[in-house]
Design a binder for this molecule. Structure first.
Ligand SMILES: *[C@@H]1O[C@H](CO)[C@@H](O)[C@H](O)[C@H]1NC(C)=O
Ligand SMILES: *[C@@H]1O[C@H](CO)[C@@H](O)[C@H](O)[C@H]1NC(C)=O
Length: 324
């Protein structure tokens, strides 16, 4: 036994394996608080009712960390004192499956700390058989977003994801789904899970979102939204076609702009399409405007939004077919 240890260590060093499973036969993913079945069956279908099998949780160097469960001809390990406290009262085998050679166990109410490599060993089978199973218990808290600092033309936003496992990738998105440049996330380990803080500075009025992704468990949180209202530079207007009794109308809508912008409809040659006065409403010093105009020919129409005071201009276009 003593001689095998350095060899095993050398092997882990050479292969650079972090996990004790050099050949994990399966990987099980569970969400914290749910039950997980760790599968195991010997390569030959033997009736296991009068056999012995032993489940252990193993460390990164292959050393045994904890006794999880032992079945020994109906003398459950749970009745011995050897079972780790962590697993007391949470693990059982499937009695009716033993005949089919099924040595799977179920771990109830999984915790993040249960994540890791497990071995399932049949020490008395000839030859001895051993299997390695990986368990990942994921915790996926939703992001929490705040504005840390705000000035006239920029805002420092913070996204906090607390108690996640595995380590999530955290991103800030704008309302069009573009990923925003951000500083390196600040990651700290709190017990078995991770706290991640990601900050970004934005300079435009928009509805921003923070999202946490955990690729290993194929999970993405719901986005957490935060609306940032900056110097009022208008965002792209929202343009639509309306069918009315008087014919076709195009509508241009802008929300939360300050100072009050000028809205104009133009045709594809840049000529202004005559329109009535826009509807204007004000809330907290910023303006919502709607400008409608009747169109009679097929064209690509542009709604141009201008805020001369802050030297800002944005536009959106819409194609109208007069055949409608
Ligand atoms: C072993 O039993 C468990 C629990 O009933 C089941 O989920 C699993 O599929 C079985 N495995 C095999 C190889 O039959
Ligand atoms: C931000 O966008 C989300 C998703 O589109 C929406 O549910 C939310 O109401 C928006 N928030 C504001 C303040 O506009």
């Amino acid at each position: 036994m003593m001689k095998q240890l350095p060899l095993l260590l050398l092997f882990s060093l050479l292969t650079g394996k972090l996990s004790a499973c050099t050949h994990a036969v399966s990987r099980v993913i569970a969400t914290e608080g749910t039950d997980a079945v760790l599968p195991c069956s010997p390569s030959t279908r033997v009736n296991l009712q009068d056999k012995l099998f032993d489940w252990k949780k193993v460390g990164q160097g292959g050393e045994t960390l904890q006794e999880v469960f032992m079945y020994d001809s109906a003398v459950y390990y749970e009745r011995n004192s050897g079972q780790s406290e962590q697993f007391k009262g949470r693990v059982s085998h499937f009695q009716t499956e033993l005949k089919q050679g099924n040595a799977s166990i179920i771990i109830r109410k999984t915790k993040v700390i249960d994540s890791g490599s497990y071995t399932c060993v049949f020490p008395r089978l000839q030859p001895r058989q051993e299997f390695c199973i990986e368990l990942i218990v994921g915790a996926s808290p939703e992001p929490y977003v705040t504005i840390l600092e705000e000035s006239k033309d920029r805002s420092l936003l913070q996204c906090l994801v607390r108690g996640a496992f595995p380590e999530p990738k955290v991103e800030w998105w704008d309302s069009s789904g573009n990923i925003l440049p951000a500083a390196e996330p600040h990651v700290s380990k709190a017990g078995d899970s991770y706290d991640v803080i990601l900050q970004t500075t934005v300079t435009k009025t928009d509805n921003y979102s923070c999202v946490a992704t955990q690729e290993e468990i194929n999970h993405q949180t719901k986005p957490a939204h935060i609306y940032v209202h900056l110097n009022g530079a208008a965002t792209k207007p929202h343009v639509t076609i309306l069918k009315t009794e008087d014919g076709l109308k195009v509508q241009c809508e802008i929300l939360g702009a300050s100072p009050k912008p000028l809205l104009q409809w133009k045709d594809s040659s840049g000529n202004i399409v005559p329109a009535a006065e826009p509807q204007v409403s004000e809330r907290g010093g910023s303006y919502d405007l709607i400008l409608q105009t009747t169109v009679t020919k097929t064209d690509n129409y542009h709604c141009v939004v201008t805020q001369e005071e802050i030297n800002h201009r944005t536009e959106a276009e819409i194609y109208v077919s007069a055949q409608w």
